[in-house]
Ligand binder design. Structure first.
Ligand code: NAP
Ligand code: MG
Length: 490
């Protein structure tokens, strides 16, 4: 079997989510040279007249210029959202739901375009954009549309009311999906939105703006403003925003929390993670190895809930590590637009340097370094799948979020020992358990300080299930009914 054929069984995602057509035909997808801000239903030039370059990390080529919003643009967007709120919060909830359904359907129709642009701008594999990001984003709109006119049944006797204008700031790892996670519940609850995508991945959010315009959504209900950290800070500090929803790094999350202290803005923070993925000796080993591969290499490891710390029970450590190394050899790293690619491009040069720095740190700390021998393209930002064996609890590579395809491996003997080690960390976003025993799953998941615990699977997402963290992974939940609550007052 050739490597390509063999890999068809690889990091493959079968979903029963909304249908998305195959995106392999990229010829008819055209990008604009320059993208403006989307304010009050129209694309407008930024106050500063400044634009920044956005690149394709797989080729390092510039693909477009994107407007840089300053404080004046933020103010304009907030004013538009405030004006729109007066109407949007008063139309019937059923009408609101209809708009959100329409957005979901339009996204399905344009799924191919969204998938291709997501891959070009962010470096993620087309198979993932096509089969995970886009259909799941559409499903968040479908799911929340259904709640729009049922909020009083969802929260009986509590008279749920929208908050007003929501300022939403999202990261670069799932640009479209994070926009959907945030915008869909905000709209269903009757709020209006100003959203800022991350600097390196603005294009699908701007495509989404086109879709809002085409859907007939009233002007100003969603405004998309692009820029870097300063633009985000201007949103956080704007006095007429009622709620900030932030997904990103723990450091920026802490800064935001400080800046809004003393105001009456509501806040939810979805921050970093460093999840334990635990394999017991009674686990179905092949399935567990596949789950570990998916847990850390999905989306190049740019996943807040990535299973980045593997714990293997000592008696099966040798066989798990052997199978893991074999499986890593079959992973294809390279052109994200190729359907056979398993690991695409690292999102930016900055992120690649950060990952390389952590690899250096891991070697210096004395963990055993192992990398797959695959070829990587000479142009673009790439990192081979990497393991650190015999890592220890005090290592920085075990304690800190790397946000790349780098897995640390530790072994354990007893349940008590692994629970202690898994929880002994600043983060608490997610965890994975692999075992044949249901009782063990219930026992351990109740003791994990993690917002999401997967058992005998990993990285499974559904719009109906809440997602969020403990400790330095943040607070508040997104998804499910829990995800509507932060956009409502009672
Ligand atoms: P980041 O640097 O914190 O940026 C996140 C967003 O905040 C970006 O849009 C960024 O803009 C903006 N920003 C930067 N400085 C800001 C400031 N002072 N005030 C307001 N906004 C500011 O994070 P990232 O590097 O993009 O994303 C990776 C991180 O996100 C990881 O730590 C990951 O774990 C976390 N994450 C968490 C979840 C979750 O659900 N818990 C999900 C995905 C990712 P620019 O990028 O344009 O500067
Ligand atoms: Mg950043």
């Amino acid at each position: 079997m050739s490597k390509k054929q063999e890999n068809k069984i690889g990091l493959d995602f079968k979903t029963d989510w909304a249908y998305a057509p195959a995106p392999e035909d990229t010829k008819h997808i055209t990008l604009q040279k320059q993208y403006d801000l989307f304010i009050d239903g129209k694309f407008v030039k930024p106050n500063s007249k400044k634009y920044f370059d956005t690149i394709n990390p797989a080729t390092e080529q510039k693909i477009a210029e994107v407007a840089e919003a300053d404080e004046k643009d933020v103010d304009k967007a907030v004013k538009a959202a405030r004006k729109a709120f007066e109407k949007w919060s008063k139309i019937s909830a059923k009408e609101r739901g209809k708009y959100i359904y329409r957005i979901a359907r339009l996204m399905q129709e344009r799924a191919r375009e969204f998938a291709v642009i997501e891959t070009m701008n962010g470096g993620k594999c087309i198979r993932e954009s096509r089969d995970i990001d886009v259909p799941l984003a559409a499903n968040h709109f479908f799911y929340n549309a259904g709640w729009a006119d049922k909020l009083e049944y969802a929260f009986p006797n509590r008279n749920p009311q929208p908050l007003g204008v929501a300022g939403q700031i999202i990261p670069w790892n799932f640009p479209l999906l994070m926009a959907a996670w945030k915008i869909a519940p905000a709209l269903a609850a009757g709020n209006t939105v100003v959203l800022k995508p991350a600097e390196t991945t603005s294009l699908t959010a701007l495509k989404l703006a086109e879709l809002f315009r085409d859907s007939g959504l009233p002007d100003g209900v969603v405004n998309i403003i692009t820029g870097a950290g300063k633009t985000g800070a201007a949103m956080v500090n704007h006095p007429d925003i009622n709620k900030i929803a932030f997904t990103g790094s723990t450091d920026v999350g802490k800064m935001i929390q400080k800046s809004i202290a003393g105001t009456d803005k509501k806040l939810t923070l979805e921050l970093g993670g460093k999840a334990a993925n635990i394999i017991f000796e009674d686990a179905p080993i092949d399935q567990a190895v596949e789950g570990v591969i998916n847990g850390i290499f999905f989306n190049q490891g740019h996943v807040c809930c990535a299973g980045s710390r593997l714990f293997i029970q000592e008696s099966v450590a040798d066989i798990v590590i052997r199978k893991l190394k074999d499986r890593m050899e079959s992973l294809i790293v390279g052109d994200p637009m190729d359907k056979n690619t398993d690991i695409g491009a690292i999102n930016s040069k900055e992120q690649l340097l950060k990952i390389q720095e952590y690899i250096k740190i891991g070697k210096n700390e004395g963990a055993d370094f192992y990398q797959s021998s695959c070829a990587i393209p000479s142009k673009g930002y790439y990192c081979r799948p990497t393991l650190f064996l015999n890592a220890s609890q005090s290592h920085r590579i075990v304690q800190e979020e790397i946000f790349g395809p780098v897995l640390t491996i530790q072994t354990f003997r007893t349940i008590e020992e692994v629970i202690e080690k898994a929880n002994n960390i600043a983060y608490g976003l997610s965890a994975g358990i692999w075992t044949d025993k249901g009782s063990k799953i219930f026992n351990i998941s109740s003791k994990m300080r993690a917002g999401v615990v997967w058992a005998n699977t990993y990285n499974k997402f559904d719009p109906a299930s809440p997602f969020g963290g403990y400790k330095e992974s943040g607070f508040g939940r997104e998804g499910g009914l829990h995800g509507l609550m932060p956009y409502l007052k009672f």
